[in-house]
Ligand binder design. Sequence first.
Ligand SMILES: Nc1ncnc2c1ncn2[C@@H]1O[C@H](COP(=O)(O)OP(=O)(O)OP(=O)(O)O)[C@@H](O)[C@H]1O
Ligand SMILES: [Mg+2]
Length: 626
Amino acid sequence: MTALATSELARFPEPQGRPHPDASKGWLRRLWPVVRPTRYLLLVAIVGTMIGMAARTIVPAVLMLAIDNALDEQTDSIAPYAWALAALTVVTAVSGFAARRAMFRVGFRVETAMRHAVFDHLSRMSADFYDRSETGQLLARANGDIRAVQMFLNFGPFMTLSLISLLFALALMLSVSIPLTLVTIIPIPIVAFIGLRSRHPQLPAWWLVMARQADVATLVEENIAGVRVVRNFGGEQHEVARMAGVADQLRWAMVKGADVSARYIPALEHLPRLSLAVVLLYGGLLVEDGTLGIGALVAFSSYVVMVQVPFRFIGHLVQMAQRAKASAMRVYEVFDEPETIVERPDAVDLLAGGSRSGDADGERGGLRGAVAFRDVRFGYGGDADVLRGFTLDIAPGETVALVGETASGKSTVARLLPRFYDVRSGAIEIDGVDIRDATLESLRNTVGVALDDPFLFSMSIRDNIAFADPTASDERVRAAAQAAQAIEFIEDLDDGFDEVVGERGYTLSGGQRQRISLARALLHDPQVLVLDDATSAIDVRVEEKIHAGLREATADRTVIVIAHRLSTIALADRVVFLDAGVVAATGTHEELMRSEPRYQELLEHLEEPGPEPGHEPGETPDGEVG
Ligand SMILES: Nc1ncnc2c1ncn2[C@@H]1O[C@H](COP(=O)(O)OP(=O)(O)OP(=O)(O)O)[C@@H](O)[C@H]1O
Ligand SMILES: [Mg+2]
């Protein structure tokens, strides 16, 4: 077994910038902190574009002088004009190349920075945010929406500058013939008017498109993740129908958006072409009069085509800007979600007093692992309290079994300890320190949680176990797998510890996944270990072995086990009976059986399938459930 390359993970660097936090600012202003680090590239792009456009605008003027002076009047030689045209072409090509290259770099760097910043922000968001959010929505914002902003950054400045180059062309044209210039620019106000009018209906349309795309993503994500449930309950037809509905709504929004565009874009594109005819007609008259040279007429016919180019763009520019704005605002919404679980500036290190060595049985500094819940009240979101004055003292090294009916709040207790959520009132203390006063890193190094439905990543078993510490030695990984009774089945796999598990670990059985998750928690080596039904899918025989291993591994640890089985409860020094969010009774299992009728009743129900612990039927030898 070799240590994998992923053991040397790069440190997560700070994002290049984050959008400005002030939500009242315009979307481009808010974007500036992300663009700022690329400002020199942006400058190259802008200057390069301007030079290129100036050169291109001069070309018809040179042509005009060549025709009027060298060909018509034959006062000059034609050669210098030809050279000038060649030089201008080179300037246009070189500056255009430099500008585009720089512009694309700006766009892609900003895209990367935004994605980085979004992910960084998401990684800080607390559990309540994820309770509320849909995965597809977040995915869409981290992908499609950021891409729309990048597209605008790649093309937007270029298009805007081409509008500015129009002014330069205008100045040149005015110097040649004022009346003909006026004729050439007649359509501009009309086009600008239409372009501006199209702004308002476009924003909601594109907003809707992006939102509907996210709906589709959510449904696809849900169906792929939940494919087993869908199959099992024959939900395919229903889900396909749902997808058809969502896809149809997306189609509607896209058609709506396209309708709005279709109404304006052709007008924007074709109106300037009409003016070519007008220029020919009116300019021709001026030439016949002798007030205008042929060269000037040729130049003007080029300019008419040239001024129409930015107007062909203006529709796209407006549309792209609207899309980018809609998308940027959706991305900002993610940033504007406050981080609810934050570290105090003067937070203390729970492990303080000694440095934590990476070794499995290393020193944990001054940490003892006394856990105290003091009159804790907590409920999810705006819901009623789940815990209603939960008070419990757990001594360092003690193993406590938390027992209670379903939905009594056991898992909630497990989620509060690592501060996935903050209590509404009361406090949770570790070694007398309110966990809200501790650094998040030290808290999460102190508290380890293993869940009943563990999430495994689609990577090797070794990397899954060593998730908390990718640099862990192979010995530590094996020791953790041994303690979790996982080593036998791992070694039976084709690639052993290097076997890559399928997405979410679904190529393993439920019991196997639980054991990997347990090994992961053990390798994390927390002083306070919470096992939330962490062995529920493992058959009793293997569970007993795990407990034997755990007893050693947990000798000096504080352990909270949430259990539904007598065999698991037997592991504990003390049983805490949770009823409707408060501690109804505590004591040994025998004491509670005698003194607490509700506990007795609950356990009778729990043990119904098999009265004797250790002989539960309905379990396959390897805990292969689901
Ligand atoms: N993320 C959540 N958002 C909103 N409500 C929640 C959330 N998680 C749990 N609840 C609610 O909190 C209550 C307690 O749930 P909890 O998961 O703590 O129960 P439990 O004692 O662990 O039950 P079980 O034995 O079934 O695992 C339940 O009524 C549940 O509906
Ligand atoms: Mg639970």
